[in-house]
Design a binder for this molecule. Structure first.
Ligand code: URP
Ligand code: ZN
Ligand code: ZN
Length: 456
């Protein structure tokens, strides 16, 4: 068996940091400690941090949406992931209306199989709900899909409150969990219609027609549904202080709610929409970018442990695709790339600015998503018996984020020009070096990860 000793690094876990060596044999970590006597090949990683491979539990690769298909398929998306230290993505297998869950799952397997440079798992996004779909739920669990996504908005995807309630109730015997895109479709739809009727068609109206209370109302409603079902739940891509306050209130009332935010809701704000269309449209995502007060509230919530994961909602489109909405902002494909830049951003603007500790960064990017999505301790921790998914992170040095060095086919990054400190140097995926000093050195070696029920 191929053995490798990572020597002299500082291991990061959700509980702290420690100097220790890591012995890898084949795909697994076989020992963690010091002074091994081993015939393994050695790699000196002194001065470096070693994180458990990062997990991005919110990506949309090869998704047909808004009359187009996302720019990043599994090939490009997972190369972008690996370059950002991500060794596992949890993508949204999406049931298009009229499809069965089995069709949707098979469809996503075909997209990902032999094209993924990191490991991958799937949530199942449900956009049709009826008895036949309910009867398919056990088959999803048998195939390692244990988390489900619902949308309260987007005509092609949205489920009614009743359907969400029924889904949550139906998942309880299996230990499944539902994540929700929380926005009030009725208010937003009417505000958009009014704006277009007034001739307010430019991209700046995207955020103006999605005020913060439309997220907060939907969060509150989703949490009421979870309360009625007595089921755990996840608010995905939380963007507002008002939404956060609903989550904190519901927790006090005993609702088991987990929450995710994304770097764009921590680091960017709606002033980005003041730019002319070609630049401003790059920042169109839903929920939209918010205000500085929302950024601040979300950073504080991370510091206080009130959120659970930081994912990216990587949903990339090119400038040409964004131009579909040049004359009508409601037709701009929603989403932005992010899987490649998350770790450097969270280290620079989180850890280095003392908004987060290093163990918290590890919790939000590795351990919590592994636990929440049933992959722990195979993933998310540096421990004997775990997959040898490891990120060698150089805490020194500085860089500037630029799309020209990113792997997304969108051709841009919303974080262009932002300075970073430290960065991902090498990435091991199940013991194999897949990324080294700016280069993908091994492609398409990702495997599907079957998941157990959530356990955060
Ligand atoms: O704008 C976004 N976030 N697009 C991706 C789909 C979603 O809503 O998560
Ligand atoms: Zn969403
Ligand atoms: Zn999303």
């Amino acid at each position: 068996m191929n053995k490798l000793l990572l020597k002299g690094g500082t291991l990061v876990s959700a509980r702290g940091t420690k100097r220790a060596d890591v012995l890898i044999s084949g795909e697994k970590i076989v020992a963690v400690g010091k002074r091994f006597s081993t015939d393994a090949r050695e790699l000196n990683v002194s001065g470096k941090l070693i994180f458990p491979g990062f997990i991005d539990a919110h990506t949309h690769f090869d998704l047909a949406v808004s009359g187009t298909v996302t720019a990043d398929d599994f090939d490009h998306g997972t190369k972008s992931a690996v370059a950002g230290g991500v060794t596992t993505v949890v993508d949204f297998a999406t049931q298009y209306q009229g499809e069965t869950l089995t069709e949707a799952l098979n469809n996503w397997h075909m997209k990902a199989f032999a094209n993924s440079s990191c490991d991958y798992a799937f949530h199942m996004a449900i956009s049709d709900w009826n008895e036949a779909i309910e009867n398919e739920l056990p088959a999803m669990f048998e195939q390692g899909v244990t988390s489900f996504k619902v949308y309260m908005i987007y005509d092609a995807m949205a489920l009614s409150d009743r359907a969400i309630f029924e889904l949550m109730t139906a998942l309880k015997p299996y230990g499944g969990i539902v994540g929700c895109h929380c926005e009030n479709a009725g208010i937003i739809g009417k505000l958009q219609e009014n704006a277009i009727a007034r001739g307010e068609t430019s991209h700046v109206y995207h955020a103006r027609t999605r005020p913060d209370y439309t997220e907060a109302e939907a969060v509150k409603r989703f949490l009421s549904i979870a309360r009625a079902a007595d089921a755990p739940c996840i608010v995905v891509h939380l963007s507002t202080k008002a939404g956060l306050e609903e989550i904190l209130r519901a927790r006090e009332d005993g609702v088991a709610v987990y929450a995710e935010t994304c770097p764009q809701y921590l680091l960017l704000d709606d002033s980005a929409y003041h730019a002319p269309f070609d630049v401003g449209a790059r920042f169109i995502c839903s929920p939209p970018l918010r205000k500085a007060k929302d950024n601040k509230a979300l950073w504080n919530a991370l510091k206080n442990g009130q959120l659970d994961t930081v994912s990216t909602d990587h949903c990339a489109f090119t400038s040409e695709q964004k131009r579909m909405g040049e004359r009508d902002f409601t037709k701009i494909p929603n989403g932005m790339p992010g899987v490649e830049t998350r770790a450097a951003l969270m280290y620079t603007y989180g850890v280095k600015l003392h908004r987060l500790t290093l163990p918290q960064m590890c919790a939000y990017l590795s351990e919590n998503p592994a636990r929440l999505y049933g992959m722990y301790p195979k993933k998310g921790v540096i421990k004997t018996g775990s997959d040898a998914d490891l990120v060698i992170f150089d805490p020194k040095g500085s860089d500037t984020i630029t799309a020209s060095r990113c792997h997304s086919r969108s051709g841009y990054t919303p974080f262009e020009g932002m300075q970073t400190i430290g960065g991902v140097k090498k990435v091991f995926l199940r013991g194999k070096l897949v990324y080294s000093d700016g280069e993908i050195v091994l492609e398409h070696s990702g495997h599907f990860v079957t998941r157990k029920k959530y356990s955060l």
